[in-house]
Design a protein around this ligand. Structure first.
Ligand SMILES: [Zn+2]
Length: 466
């Protein structure tokens, strides 16, 4: 079922203060459960029809059920007609507002958002983290190099940057983790669990990092946390974030996209509430992971390290410009929202794999996967096709570290998201927003969906080929 992103002014900002995550209201109304506007239209019409029928029945005290004409003459009928029309008008309006992904209203408001200016607090404290996974070596070496040439906390012009080796023990052993996956340890539950002698190292470390860079969700938290990762999948440079409405992250993303011509830059949105957000970057007021691949874990490829260094430099440049008062214009950006994971076909008894990613899908991350496209190839040579109803964009295709998690690939829906122009607060000025969290609560825009209808351009196909 489609998960609705709820956002003011179209819908209700139910998010807790400090959260930048959208809330699903899917259970509120049939309109909210539709995947597309047509679904809502059908459900709305059905409710409308039922309402009319109920009216006819209720009005039967004074009329014959057999005929419409007598019903229309009943004086009660007029009252019912008015109430019926009022209820259904409200229903339609609610549908239009809630179903704003598919309506003209959304498009108009999106255009409006492009023209708006949002004033946000400056970002005086930034953290650059690497080695959260100890065998993802671009981040490990980027952090080592920064620590060699700079102090842990570097006071640069307009910004103070702290450089963190997140999981030194895993780095030492060149392993993803030693006892638990550190990048799954930053949920509120894990961060607040009591520590004993038996607590896994990574959980202890997550609480240390939360003290250093957080506490998560607090005003004391670092303004921006960027966590560096590698993937064995052919994903280029990919932002991964929990909000598709954090203007800071989206503006930095667009800045990198414009500055970096040699690598595709994309933005992946995982729609997870802040409490359940599990990765290190969720500790900051704003945050994202930067995932770069393809690179096998435990090795270093110069081109990938260079792309990461360039990306981090552009990110810090953007923060300096933002903090010094530069205004960044609004516009549209492309965002991929995570929909689901798919596991490999497995033997029901042994759970061993029975197929691999199909050669036609391998290395084609972010190339649209349509129903009946090849998905897996069994070890006896048979092609297994994608059976989903909706065309979606694959990513983390055949990621080495996800075999243990039962993930062969993930699938995303692509949308265009409007972002307002932003600048930092001037001295003595009260910003229009206090934090990314309040941005989410106070001011939103919507996006138009492109999935399915999107036609892969030749350029895109080239981007996706190795
Ligand atoms: Zn990683």
């Amino acid at each position: 079922m489609y998960k609705w992103s709820i956002s003011w002014p179209y819908t209700f900002p139910l998010t807790r203060k400090g959260s930048q995550v959208n809330t699903s209201l899917a259970g509120w109304s049939p309109a909210l459960q539709c995947t597309h506007f047509t679904g809502w239209l059908v459900s709305c019409s059905a409710v409308y029809t039922l309402h009319w029928l109920a009216g006819l029945l209720l009005c039967s005290v004074h009329t014959s059920l057999a005929g419409w004409s007598p019903a229309l003459q009943c004086k009660h009928f007029t009252g019912w007609l008015v109430s019926c029309s009022a209820v259904n008008t409200l229903y339609w309006l609610a549908g239009l507002l809630l179903c704003s992904k598919h309506t003209l209203l959304a498009a108009l408001c999106s255009e409006e958002m492009d023209k708006r200016e949002v004033v946000l607090p400056a970002l005086p404290r930034v953290a650059v983290c690497g080695g959260t996974h100890g065998n993802e070596l671009s981040g490990v070496y980027l952090v080592r190099e920064r620590l060699k040439s700079k102090r842990v906390v570097e006071e640069e012009e307009h910004v103070s940057v702290v450089t963190v080796m997140s999981n030194p023990r895993a780095v030492q052993h060149c392993r993803r983790y030693t006892e638990a996956d550190l990048n799954r340890c930053f949920t509120r539950a894990t961060l607040s669990c009591p520590v004993t002698d038996k607590t896994p190292y990574e959980i202890v470390r997550s609480q240390e990092l939360n003290s250093l860079l957080g506490p998560k969700g607090s005003q004391e938290a670092t303004d921006l946390v960027c966590d560096l990762h590698n993937t064995t999948a052919n994903m280029g440079l990919c932002f991964i974030a929990y909000s598709d409405r954090d203007w800071i992250s989206l503006h930095i993303y667009r800045y990198l996209q414009r500055k970096m011509a040699n690598i595709p830059v994309r933005f992946l949105h995982f729609d997870v509430p802040l409490n359940e957000a599990y990765s290190l970057d969720s500790v900051g007021k704003h945050g994202f992971a930067i995932e770069i691949g393809p690179q096998a874990h435990g090795i270093i490829r110069s081109s990938i390290l260079s792309a990461m260094q360039e990306g981090v430099q552009h990110m810090l440049d953007w923060v300096r410009l933002f903090n010094s008062g530069t205004q960044f214009e609004g516009g549209q950006v492309e965002v991929y929202t995570m929909v689901k994971n798919l596991d490999y076909p497995r033997d029901p008894e042994t759970c061993g794999l029975t197929a691999a990613i199909h050669p036609e899908l391998q290395d084609r991350d972010f190339c649209l996967l349509r129903p009946n496209d090849p998905l897996f190839q069994t070890f006896s040579g048979e092609t297994l096709k994608y059976k989903g109803a909706e065309p979606l964009y694959p990513f983390f295709v055949n990621e080495c570290a996800y075999y243990e998690k039962g993930i062969a690939l993930s699938l995303a829906r692509r949308r265009s998201v409007g972002i307002p122009s932003v600048r930092s607060e001037r001295e003595g000025e009260q910003g229009t927003f206090k934090s990314g969290a309040e941005e989410t609560e106070e001011d939103e825009m919507e996006e138009t969906e492109e999935e399915g209808s999107a036609i892969e351009t030749e350029c895109e196909m080239q981007r996706c080929s190795l």
